[in-house]
Structure formats: structure tokens, C-alpha cells
Design a protein around this ligand. Structure first.
Ligand code: AMP
Ligand code: ZN
Length: 114
């Protein structure tokens, strides 16, 4: 999608602080980190939100989640714990409509969220 911020990071049209890449997945540091680790994991193929995901996307969604766990392990925060979040639409505060999994950790996180 030509007007999608995260598609532009995938295509390198705008810069991202990339921490992982493979054929289907890109992970980059959030520009406004909410914790010592705050990474966004996105599929390279545009998908607006979890609402648009179908059974054909099951593998892709699994790859995002498992890659988040791998990045957490690399950073030594697995045992301490971390949070993985897909914000979907208005009530969850989704602002970028290219699905992204937040990996947030490296400090104690409050629950329930605001
Ligand atoms: P959400 O509110 O779930 O849609 O999250 C969007 C996230 O994208 C926010 O945490 C932003 O800080 C982050 N963000 C916005 N622009 C950029 C950018 N250019 N590079 C990295 N992260 C970004
Ligand atoms: Zn996109």
C-alpha cells in the first residue's frame, strides 16, 4: 500500500531501526519506546489489522508471535517476562493500520492496561 507507513519501512522508503528480517517478517524498534525493549513485528505483506486476518494468515501470525519470543530470548527478558500486543481499531488505540505486534519488556508492566 503506497500510503502505509509500515509498508514504507518494509520497502526502505523511510528508515527503520531494524532488528530482524526474513522473507515474510520485519521487526524494528518503536520510534516512541514505552519500555527498554519495544519492538514492532510486522508482516512484509500489507494486512490492516487482526480483523482482516484469515486462516491463510495463520502461519504468518504465528511467525510474528514466535519471532517476538525469540527476540525476547536474545535480549534476556524471557524469564523476567514481557508483553505481546496487537492493538486493533479505535478502542485499543490502533494508529497505524498495518498489523503489528508490540513486544514490550525490560521493566515491570502494569495490568490491566489503561
Ligand atoms: P499502535 O498504536 O498499536 O497502532 O502502534 C503504532 C506504533 O507505531 C506506536 O507505538 C508508534 O510509536 C509507532 N511508530 C509510529 N511511527 C513509527 C516509525 N516511523 N517507526 C517506528 N515506530 C513508529
Ligand atoms: Zn502496510
Amino acid at each position: 500500500m503506497s500510503d502505509c507507513l509500515f509498508c514504507k519501512i518494509v520497502s526502505r522508503e523511510i528508515p527503520g531501526s531494524i532488528v530482524y528480517e526474513d522473507d515474510r517478517v520485519l521487526a524494528f524498534n518503536d520510534i516512541n519506546p514505552q519500555a527498554p525493549t519495544h519492538v514492532l513485528l510486522v508482516p512484509k505483506r500489507h494486512l490492516a489489522s487482526l480483523n482482516e486476518a484469515t486462516a491463510d494468515d495463520d502461519r504468518l501470525i504465528g511467525e510474528l508471535v514466535r519471532r517476538a519470543a525469540a527476540i525476547a530470548a536474545e535480549r534476556g527478558i524471557s524469564a523476567g517476562g514481557y508483553r505481546t500486543v496487537f492493538n486493533t481499531n479505535r478502542d485499543a488505540g490502533q494508529t497505524v493500520f498495518h498489523i503489528h505486534l508490540h513486544l514490550i519488556g525490560g521493566r515491570g508492566l502494569a495490568w490491566p492496561p489503561g
